[in-house]
Every structure is written in C-alpha cells, then in structure tokens.
Design a binder for this molecule. Structure first.
Ligand code: ADP
Ligand code: NI
Length: 223
C-alpha cells in the first residue's frame, strides 16, 4: 500500500468520526457518539484478534452503524446504509467499499430474538459483535437503565413476565420494564456472538451482568 493511500484512509476515518459525532451528539436513547466510539474500539480490538479482516471496512461500518438514528432529529427518514453511502460518496470513497459498508450498516441492528440478522461477511460479523458487546456488561447495564428512563419504563415490575418476541414488530412495540429487557435480549447476546474473540469478551460481560441481576433481586427482596 502506498503512503498516499494510507494517509487518505486515515483522513477518511477522521472525517467520518467528525461527521458522526456532529450528527449523533448527545443523543439520549443509547445511540450517542460515545456508544459509536466504544463500538469502534471494540471492533478494532476484535479485528486484531481475528485473521484476514479488512480493517478499513470495519472502521467505517462501526462508525456509521447507527447513523440512521439522527433521522429522528431532523425528520429525514433515510435508511442507515443510504446515509452512510451518501456520506462516503462525498469523500470519493471507492464504490465497492461503499457498498460493503452500506450493506453492514443496513443489517447490523438487533430486531428481537424472533428475527435473525445474519451477517454475510467477516467484517459484518465483527461489527455486529462489537455492537452487541456494548449492550452487555457494565456498559450494557448502564445503557439499559438509561434507555428505560428515556422511554419512561419501570425499572422492574415483579408482576410482569418477560415476553418472547416472535417478530421485529412485536419487539419494537414492547413496553417491557428494564429488568425484563435483560431476559428478552441482553442475556441472549452471549450465545449470538459470531467470532471467537467476540465470544470470549461477551462471556466476561455476561458473567458480570448475571451477578448484577442476582444482587438486584436480592436487594428487591430486602436482603
Ligand atoms: P441496537 O443498537 O442493537 O439496535 P437498540 O436500539 O435495540 O440497540 O437499543 C439501544 C440500547 O438501548 C441498548 O443498550 C439496548 O439494550 C437498550 N434498550 C433497547 N430496548 C430496551 C428496553 N426495552 N429496555 C431497556 N433497554 C433497552
Ligand atoms: Ni449500536
């Protein structure tokens, strides 16, 4: 690889970071810039453990994976892949690269246990693992309760049983309390990881979440 194209790639990454940071900013539902930066770091770390992954594709897809969420702020209803592609076009990124990134952005998000978002490429698998890691562990716990507050959900309600959502629509409409969200999504993510590195990282975070839930229920009972 020539020095010029290296520089260019780094430049594209830096400009994309700025673009995403401006668009997502301090979003309150868990899709803020800091989530994106954590997913980016997770993805780079997993990519370093896994052989043969195309790091440039992974970096761009990780940075742009939640870009569709800024649509809520200006009433513009593009799909994520389209927004990502339009942005990368302004930087004159190669068309084949744009297609690969847009494809990942369009398929990465969790749609409930009933609908599998199966990633076709190693790069997609890594970005999906990186996004899922940020939903579990200490960060995942923080995000779940932050989201619960944002959506005005109860923290917990022992009279409500966790639901099994068969379709994306059911999952989207669910008004579950936050502890139920652990049973409906977060505790399943460890088993849905794609890569070996992702699995190892998920296991550690999963164990922490289980300890948290145990303690939560003990305290709920006044122990
Ligand atoms: P993704 O980026 O995987 O599409 P979501 O949009 O489903 O994530 O969720 C964003 C964050 O909000 C995640 O940390 C997720 O666990 C949390 N979250 C989503 N739905 C709920 C819910 N019903 N209760 C609590 N947290 C939730
Ligand atoms: Ni995300």
């Amino acid at each position: 690889m020539t020095k010029k194209s290296m520089m260019n790639k780094q430049n594209i990454i830096e400009q994309t970071k700025q673009f995403v940071r401006e668009k997502l900013g301090g979003e309150g539902s868990g899709h803020d810039w800091w989530h994106v930066l954590r997913v980016y770091n997770n993805a780079v770390n997993i990519a370093n453990d896994e052989k043969d992954a195309d790091i440039f594709i992974i970096e761009l897809a990780a940075l742009l994976h939640d870009i569709a969420d800024w649509k809520f702020h200006d009433g513009n209803h593009h799909k994520g892949g389209e927004v990502a592609a339009n942005w990368l076009k302004t930087l004159s990124v190669d068309g084949a690269i744009i297609n690969r990134v847009a494809d990942i952005v369009n398929t990465v998000s969790f749609k409930g246990l009933g609908e599998k978002s199966i990633m076709q490429t190693l790069e997609g698998k890594i970005v999906q693992d990186a996004d899922r890691l940020d939903a579990i562990g200490a960060i995942g716990i923080g995000r779940a309760f932050a989201y619960g507050g944002y959506a005005k959900r109860e923290m917990y309600n022992p009279e409500e049983k966790p639901m099994e959502h068969k379709t994306f629509d059911e999952y989207k409409k669910s008004k579950s309390n936050t502890i139920n969200h652990f049973h409906e999504k977060l505790l399943h993510l460890k088993g849905l990881m794609n890569t070996e590195s992702g699995k190892k990282r998920a296991l550690k975070r999963h164990q922490f979440m289980s300890r948290f839930l145990n303690e939560f229920h003990n305290e709920w009972e006044g122990l």
